[in-house]
Design a protein around this ligand. Structure first.
Ligand SMILES: [Mg+2]
Length: 218
């Protein structure tokens, strides 16, 4: 049975803190005007972030022995980490709302962020199992797995895919999943995400933050 079939269900409305300061504005998944985004710089920042994480991976490999390995895992976020939703954001002139995101993400065609995908595969090769935790809702989990597969991340590349299934903020939901993983004997070695909220708190291991010039998730 594929791991995503055991994924915890999700009903929560994800709250987004937009990059715009005006709290009266409709919450946006992408609140930055296209013209203000330097896409070339964005790609360069991704490459730089991944390179730093690869160095940390090499360091971990040099310190890790079979004896001290205790079900080591790397946790990856999905949106703007493994998959890019740039086309969907462009469709709404980079003013995609949270509701639009959740309504359309399953039928959209996100593309891989190749550097992150390479990092995932490098981590697996180094002996880490991969766990995916996303703020996407349970209803799109199956489709999410299909999107990942279409972008070179097969279900065999990760041991579990968790989709948001409670009323907590996404970061709090993810923290609760990390705690479950630790309670079941896993050790989180790396967390890879574009959102700082996924990279702070307990059991994140070494944080690998990717850039996101489009939006922030509360
Ligand atoms: Mg993300």
């Amino acid at each position: 049975m594929k791991q995503w079939m055991a994924i915890i269900s999700i009903t929560m409305l994800v709250s987004i803190s937009t990059m715009a300061k005006n709290s009266n504005q409709t919450p946006s998944r992408s609140a930055v005007k296209q013209s203000s985004i330097n896409l070339q710089a964005y790609q360069q920042e991704i490459a730089g972030s991944v390179e730093m994480c690869r160095s940390a991976l090499t360091h971990w490999q040099s310190k890790s022995t079979k004896k001290n390995r205790n079900k080591p895992i790397a946790i990856f976020d999905i949106d703007e980490t493994l998959l890019s939703n740039q086309a969907l954001m462009e469709k709404y002139n980079y003013k995609l709302t949270v509701d639009q995101f959740h309504a359309e993400v399953a039928s959209s065609h996100p593309v891989a962020i190749p550097k992150s995908r390479e990092l995932l595969h490098a981590m697996r090769k180094a002996g880490l199992e991969v766990v995916l935790i996303t703020g996407r809702k349970q209803g799109v989990c199956r489709k999410t797995a299909e999107q990942l597969q279409a972008n070179g991340i097969d279900s065999g590349d990760y041991i579990a895919l968790y989709c948001h299934n409670d009323n907590k903020r996404p970061a709090d939901y993810k923290a609760a999943v990390r705690q479950q993983l630790v309670d079941s004997g896993h050790t989180v070695i790396f967390s890879v995400s574009d959102q700082m909220g996924d990279l702070t708190g307990e059991h994140v291991g070494t944080p690998c933050q990717l850039p996101n010039p489009f939006y922030q998730v509360a």
